[in-house]
Design a protein around this ligand. Structure first.
Ligand SMILES: C[S@@+](CC[C@H](N)C(=O)[O-])C[C@H]1O[C@@H](n2cnc3c(N)ncnc32)[C@H](O)[C@@H]1O
Length: 291
């Protein structure tokens, strides 16, 4: 009884999520190993999707039930599927027709399969917007969506998908896409690194405009090794996004250790080329607003 009272009291005090103190602390560890669930046919068509199970853990930490999540680079819809599975609503923007279509199909299947009570399914909603995220705040206003509570997303890793590499050949051999689209507004098609960073910043300015005050943002990204040097994309994402006027306050990183990736023979007996088997989950918060 005393334990139950303590738990109820803790739940009432918890301003951010519905986790127990034990689960809260567990999630604050700065690294994790995540074994993705096996992927179905639909997922295989997107070359760089993140596992729903991973997104789910972030959603459970940064939101409460029935809150609203946004993903400006939706791909095949992992974020919205994780939202549905955890009883949250969500809006995703995706520039490529084919990925938007796959997202819609997968979300329909998730909605049919999540066993929600009818009353709850009326409260929950998702929307896949086939559009350039540069128009995110404009479309948000037109459709009268409420402010978003949380954003989790994975932008293109600059132009890496288009670049030739050993992994790229493996993708082609498996029949996977080697570029997202040929659309010039797809930021993965920008060749120049600085121009890419600014284009990505503009999209996160858009997300800032629709985010509620003190809402969190998680970006899954990585540094990039190309043309014989490292481009610190993850670190530059932190410094670019913290610029005014739509500044996101950097809070932390969590390192996703990918212990199940194959080691490739890169630079053996010649020079240092690392096997990059981790990604960064960067955590930001909206703590000031230019308006
Ligand atoms: C790394 S992928 C996201 C993968 C996604 N997390 C998933 O699990 O499927 C990046 C996505 O951003 C989309 N994209 C690129 N530029 C965009 C833009 N300006 N507006 C909307 N989507 C864009 C690409 O088409 C691609 O599907």
């Amino acid at each position: 009884m005393v334990h139950e009272d303590r738990r109820r009291h803790a739940r009432q005090r918890n301003k951010l999520n519905e986790l127990s103190g034990k689960d809260w602390i567990k999630f604050t560890k700065s690294w994790f190993i995540h074994r993705p669930e096996p992927r179905g046919d639909q997922k295989l068509r997107h070359p760089a999707s993140f596992p729903e199970s991973l997104v789910r853990e972030f959603i459970l930490f940064f939101t409460r039930k029935r809150q609203l999540i946004v993903d400006p680079f939706l791909g095949t819809g992992s974020t919205l599927i994780a939202a549905v599975e955890t009883g949250r609503s969500g809006v995703g923007f995706e520039i490529a027709n084919k990925y938007a279509a796959i997202s819609r199909k997968r979300i329909r299947a998730a909605l049919n399969g999540n066993g929600q009570e009818p009353a709850e399914s009326r409260i929950l909603w998702t929307d896949v917007v086939r559009a350039d995220s540069n128009k995110l705040s404009e479309i948000w206003k037109e459709r009268e969506y409420p402010p978003a509570d949380y954003c989790i997303t994975s932008p293109p890793y600059w132009n890496q998908l288009k670049r030739n590499s050993i992994r790229q050949k493996t993708r082609a051999a498996k029949g996977l896409d080697t570029e997202y689209s040929t659309d010039p507004n797809d930021i993965g098609n920008i060749e120049d690194y600085r121009i890419f960073l600014n284009a990505m910043k503009r999209v996160f300015d858009e997300v800032h405009k629709v985010m509620r005050p003190r809402g969190y943002l998680t970006i899954i990204t990585n540094n990039v090794f190309t043309g014989g040097r490292m481009y610190p994309l993850a670190f530059d994402t932190v410094s670019t996004l913290s610029q005014e006027p739509y500044a996101w306050t950097p809070k932390d990183e969590k390192v996703w250790c990918q212990n199940d990736k194959t080691l490739l023979p890169l630079g053996v007996y010649n020079a240092w080329v690392g096997n990059r088997h981790h990604q960064y989950c960067l955590i930001f918060r909206k703590e000031n607003s230019p308006e």
